[in-house]
Design a protein around this ligand. Structure first.
Ligand SMILES: Nc1ncnc2c1ncn2[C@@H]1O[C@H](COP(=O)(O)OP(=O)(O)OP(=O)(O)O)[C@@H](O)[C@H]1O
Ligand SMILES: [Mg+2]
Length: 492
């Protein structure tokens, strides 16, 4: 049992093992600050967790397994930024991310639905992510290949037959088209002519003047994604089966279909096809699996709903299935091999962030093994009036900025006075207190209400280049509703 945990010089050969490309905890918090107001503790915890995963991956093998993953439980009321923090974290880390509601696994019909599906979803997400990255990389090359294919159709190279009606139409426009006389030295002349015509045609194609021209192209059948077939089923096994079916299907050569399209449409379809051909799907899958294993993040929402409150009282049925879900979760969170249609994934380094309001149940109502796998608890605070003011104005995607941008598209500048924003924040806090605390979500309902007429009236009734909203307008529009508890229940 005794082990020596001192770090030997061999393990630390040249200082830090983690390369500079990764964000430090401080930088992570700084990035999160751009979108989320307050919640310092939660930001710090997720930043540490993310960095610790990286640190753990760089620890020598025999020690690595001893180090617990830094899974987190975020505790806090609704609408205070729990999901938002996790989502932003995943974006920052460029990590595959899925969000699941723990309670869905206890629903009727879902009982026994294997919890592993969350990992399969994560893999899907990762594959899509990597595929779109790789597509971007080859897009330019694909576009060039498509040009070649379009040229081949418009002006077949010497020796190939093509669209005769198009050759005619090209001739009409004064382009020379090589005639096919099989004479020895005429061939080279012909090639030269053909090359010139292609060059002219290419220029014309690039100028965009031919986009509406009809051509006939041959493309593989299906939806351009390789004609994948989807099989839906209530059970994980069915999804697996779907995977196997798809594998079988993809072995069958796809029928090629002839279609008449405009050049613009053809270009799109051909581009998809070329991108598909240029991407090495095996490499995509390999990288996607690696991404999931090394950097995947699973956000388990409403984890409190699968915790059984010790007070009891209710029937035993649901509790059994709740605990069942916890037991199903355990191996995945602990680290196990999950088979997906793309291959087996190890979940050892996947970061799990659970969240819940924990009004009734407490984290200590979770089965001890699961508690042990979520060693970090962090509480998020209720948002105050002052937080609301900041949320309205400061984040990169702040609501006020969103509305301003929306209305700007109509050529109208929307302006809020500082007092107006303070008033909105005050009303939000008040309604949260008197009706129900839904956190920052309240700001959405209040702003939609406040701006409804404006949104409706532009551009017909409300003309002019500027709209200014001040605090008296806010009070006038919302004051009465906010003061009346019954009214605000329905409206705000
Ligand atoms: N601290 C905050 N800073 C900025 N925006 C916030 C903050 N808290 C919440 N929001 C905004 O409010 C909305 C809801 O937040 P979020 O989804 O994170 O709630 P939640 O804490 O996960 O709630 P629930 O427990 O209901 O899932 C989001 O649009 C988010 O942008
Ligand atoms: Mg949430």
């Amino acid at each position: 049992m005794e082990q020596d945990y001192t770090v030997t010089p061999q393990e630390q050969p040249h200082g830090a093992l983690i390369d500079k490309a990764h964000l430090t905890p401080g930088q992570i918090v700084e990035e999160l600050d751009k979108y989320i107001i307050g919640q310092k503790d939660a930001k710090k915890s997720v930043a540490i967790a993310l960095r610790n995963r990286l640190r753990r991956q760089n620890v020598s093998d025999e020690l690595r397994d001893e180090i617990m993953p830094n899974n987190i439980i975020m505790i806090g009321p609704t609408g205070v930024g729990k999901t938002e923090i996790a989502r932003r974290l995943a974006k920052l880390a460029k990590a595959p991310f899925v969000k699941v509601e723990a309670s869905k696994f206890t629903e009727v019909g879902y009982v026994g639905r294997d919890v592993e599906s969350m990992i399969r979803d994560l893999v899907e997400q990762s594959v899509a992510m990597v595929r779109s990255e790789k597509s971007e990389e080859v897009r330019e090359k694909a576009a060039l290949l498509v040009e070649e294919r379009l040229l081949d159709i418009l002006l077949p190279p010497v020796g190939m037959s093509g669209n005769s009606d198009l050759e005619e139409s090209v001739e009409e426009e004064g382009l020379e088209v090589a005639s096919k006389v099989p004479e020895e030295d005429e061939q080279s002349l012909e090639r030269e002519l053909n090359r010139k015509s292609r060059q002219k045609m290419l220029e014309r194609l690039r100028s965009g003047r031919m986009e509406d021209r009809q051509i006939e192209i041959e493309i593989s059948g299906g939806d351009g994604q390789g004609g994948m077939m989807q099989i839906f089923g209530p059970l994980g096994q069915m999804e697996e089966l779907g995977g196997i079916m798809q594998d079988l299907m993809s072995g069958i050569p796809k029928k090629r279909k002839k279609r008449r399209l405009t050049i613009a449409e053809a270009r799109k379809l051909l581009e998809q096809e070329e991108v598909q051909k240029l991407i090495d799907m095996d490499a995509v899958v390999k990288e996607a699996l690696r991404k999931v294993e090394e950097s995947g993040i699973v956000f388990i929402d409403e984890i409190d709903k699968i915790a059984a409150p010790t007070t009891g009282g209710g029937g035993k049925g649901p509790d059994v299935s709740r605990e069942g879900v916890q037991r199903d979760l355990l191996p995945i969170v602990e680290g196990s091999n999950v088979s997906t249609k793309y291959g087996v994934v190890k979940t050892d380094h996947v970061l799990f962030v659970a969240s819940g309001a924990f009004h009734v149940a407490k984290p200590s109502d979770l089965i001890p093994e699961l508690q042990g796998r979520f060693p970090i608890r962090v509480e998020l605070k209720s948002l105050t009036e002052d937080d609301f003011y900041k949320i309205l104005t400061q984040p990169r995607n702040a609501l006020i900025k969103q509305y301003r941008a929306l209305i700007m598209t109509e050529g109208v500048e929307l302006e809020f006075t500082d007092e107006a924003i303070r008033e909105i924040a005050r009303i939000a806090a008040k309604v949260n207190e008197s009706v129900e605390n839904i956190g920052a979500r309240r700001l959405h309902t209040i702003l939609t209400n406040l701006l409804e007429e404006l949104m409706f009236g532009i551009p017909e009734q409300i003309t002019g280049k500027r709209v200014k909203i001040d605090d008296s307008m806010v009070r006038e529009k919302l004051g009465q509703v906010a003061a009346d508890r019954d009214l605000s229940q329905y409206i705000l």
